[in-house]
Design a binder for this molecule. Structure first.
Ligand code: FAD
Length: 265
């Protein structure tokens, strides 16, 4: 580690002020990604702005037909929330599949979404459920939020304050986890939304979460695992690493999608 200033913000405005006055300030949420990155010197902020003291950024509530989750809400809180379990059980279940108990007790939805790891689980839920990311200055639809590998639509000094998930008719998430970290080698979130539209969102396979349009169209005609059985997934641009080849990931997209549909059915 090296020297840096630490500021525990008391409000979103206070965090923003501290961030904009630093030459290379960074927001600290659960620290599950940021602190190891700093230890490896891949990031060296001069100021760390801790969001943990901002009560407005915590908690889960229902607003009309949306579940609104504060950015500083931990994965464990989402997993154990009676409200999320009742209204969007697939989302509660997804949060419970993230990492290990330590990661779930520290990691936050805002930190995960801002980090946009290509193998993270939440991006699949945000895109699958047509969620909206709210920041200190605007609202961003999930479809526009995730841009590329570790890249989002967030401006340099923009703070996620919450994520809103519309209630779905039915949804399920299935992932093939990396056995060590539990990150998704491939994860597929399938949802039928309130307007009857179908979404199939895939994480882990490509540089960023994406929708599988062919499967969405097939499931729109017949919501069965058989309906997507023959759909070939093009893995040419997929991730390739020691855990799985691009070809294997392409195969897993179909397997996970069919398992998610079967689970819903
Ligand atoms: C061993 C291990 C296993 C893991 N397994 C999984 C897994 O299976 N699935 C999975 O999805 N994830 C996994 N993770 C990631 C984990 O879930 C965390 O969510 C993730 O590391 C980031 O969340 P955080 O709250 O710790 O953010 P931090 O590490 O504090 O921050 C991450 C980045 O987001 C920025 N940021 C944080 N909050 C905000 C905000 N409100 N607005 C704007 N920017 C912000 C920070 O500045 C930083 O750049 C794993 C992590 C570890 C260490």
């Amino acid at each position: 580690m090296y020297e840096f200033d630490y500021h525990k913000a008391v409000s979103v405005d206070d965090a923003l002020k501290s961030l904009t006055s630093a030459s290379d300030g960074k927001l600290l949420a659960g620290g599950m990604t940021l602190l190891p990155t700093m230890k490896q010197r891949l990031a060296s902020p001069d100021v760390l702005v801790d969001l943990a003291g901002i009560d407005d950024m915590k908690g889960i509530r229902k607003e009309g037909d949306q579940i609104v989750i504060g950015a500083m809400t931990t994965h464990a809180e989402v997993n154990l929330s009676a409200l999320v379990q009742k209204e969007i059980p697939a989302l509660a279940e997804l949060a419970g599949l993230i990492g290990d108990p330590q990661v779930r007790n520290r990691g936050t939805i805002g930190g995960s979404v801002a980090n946009a790891d290509p193998s993270a689980d939440y991006p699949a839920a945000l895109v699958g459920l047509n969620a909206t990311v709210t920041t200190n200055s605007r609202s961003i639809a999930a479809d526009e939020f995730f841009v590329d590998l570790f890249e989002t639509a967030l401006d340099e000094e923009e703070i996620i304050t919450s994520v809103s998930f519309p209630l779905a008719r039915r949804a399920a998430y299935m992932k093939f986890p990396n056995p060590a970290s539990r990150y998704a080698v491939v994860g597929t979130f399938v949802a039928e939304l309130a307007d009857n539209s179908i979404r199939v969102a895939v994480t882990g396979a490509g540089g960023s979460v994406f929708r599988q349009a062919e499967m969405e169209a097939a499931l729109g005609k017949s919501f069965t695992a058989d309906a997507i059985e023959g759909i070939a997934v093009d893995g040419d641009e997929f991730n390739e690493d020691i855990h799985a080849s691009a070809e294997y990931r392409a195969h897993l997209v179909g397997v996970m999608a069919r398992r998610a549909v079967a689970k819903i059915a």
